[in-house]
Design a protein around this ligand. Structure first.
Ligand code: FES
Length: 281
């Protein structure tokens, strides 16, 4: 019988039937999600340098490549981008994949400047003017609350100050570390009701198309953009950020956005908000 690895039980979250349960995966599954392991080791090994030092702007260290690359390690045979491992992400890749979806969405794990990211495509420009009950995904721009339930502000407040935080070309990219215990959530890594190809408005926990963290089942809705707050793990400083909403599970808040731009068809990340990615430092 295959050896089983126990993942840490999540803290109990009221009203969440999945919280508090222990999740087991066998060796095959563990290796299958090798991206989580590999990126965790990568981040740990860079810890001595400080997290910010691996997110330097172009030219600052002779590195600083803005390009985002697909990351399909361990999933080469099953992810739609399996054959594109470490190739630059393009908008066309996501658009073509979304055309196969009933909700008009697609997503993929990636790596950018040495850190894990997730890029998601939502056919917002096509669906924003249609009735929400048709199940076609579009972005929603909302207020946000912190982990205590306190209102912290509206996404628009941040986007007005920096329009680059708005989804660019129907694409949004987030930092790929869970706000619970820093595992790496993935787009449709597993099949369940949270990841199926269905969409409901409002940022609740029903409907599919959620970014799902396999460690303790946290869910994030990439179509709901909000303002939120988190803390720098090293010095405790609180910061506000633009992010996607946490819709369920033990994660306290949503995942921070990394603004992007297109260079031709290639997707590039902009290293302007390094502080937002320090909650796992
Ligand atoms: S690390 Fe626990 S749910 Fe993501």
């Amino acid at each position: 019988m295959a050896r089983e690895y126990e993942l840490k039980p999540a803290p109990s979250v009221e009203g969440d039937s999945l919280a508090g349960t222990t999740t087991s995966v066998n060796r095959r599954q563990f290796l299958r999600y090798g991206f989580n392991t590999a990126a965790g080791v990568l981040t740990a090994s860079l810890g001595i340098l400080g997290f910010a030092s691996i997110l330097l702007p172009p030219g600052a260290t002779g590195g600083g490549d803005l390009a985002v690359q697909f990351w399909a390690k361990g999933r080469e045979d099953e992810a739609w981008y399996g054959a594109k491992h470490l190739q630059p992400m393009t908008k066309t890749d996501f658009k073509n994949e979304a055309a196969l979806s009933s909700t008009g969405t697609s997503g993929a794990s990636g790596v950018w400047n040495g850190v894990p990211v997730v890029v998601m495509y939502v056919e917002h420009s096509k669906n924003a003017g249609t009735i929400e009950s048709n199940g076609k995904a579009r972005f929603q721009f909302t207020e946000g609350i912190d982990e205590t339930g306190k209102y912290v502000g509206h996404f628009d407040d941040l986007a007005e100050a920096d329009p680059r935080l708005m989804p660019s070309e129907d694409l949004v990219m987030v930092f790929g570390r869970c706000t619970h215990l820093c595992c790496i959530p993935g787009w449709q890594l597993v099949s369940n009701s949270f990841t199926e190809d269905s969409w409901t408005p409002g940022g609740g926990d029903d409907g599919g198309t959620k970014l799902f963290c396999i460690c303790h089942s946290s869910r994030f809705d990439p179509t709901v953009l909000e303002m939120n707050t988190n803390r720098n793990r090293s010095n405790g400083a609180t910061f506000q950020y633009a992010g996607i909403r946490r819709s369920g599970g033990p994660a306290p808040v949503g995942l921070p956005i990394i603004p992007i731009q297109l260079n031709g068809d290639n997707i590039e990340g902009l290293p302007d908000y390094v502080d937002w990615y320090t909650y796992c430092d």
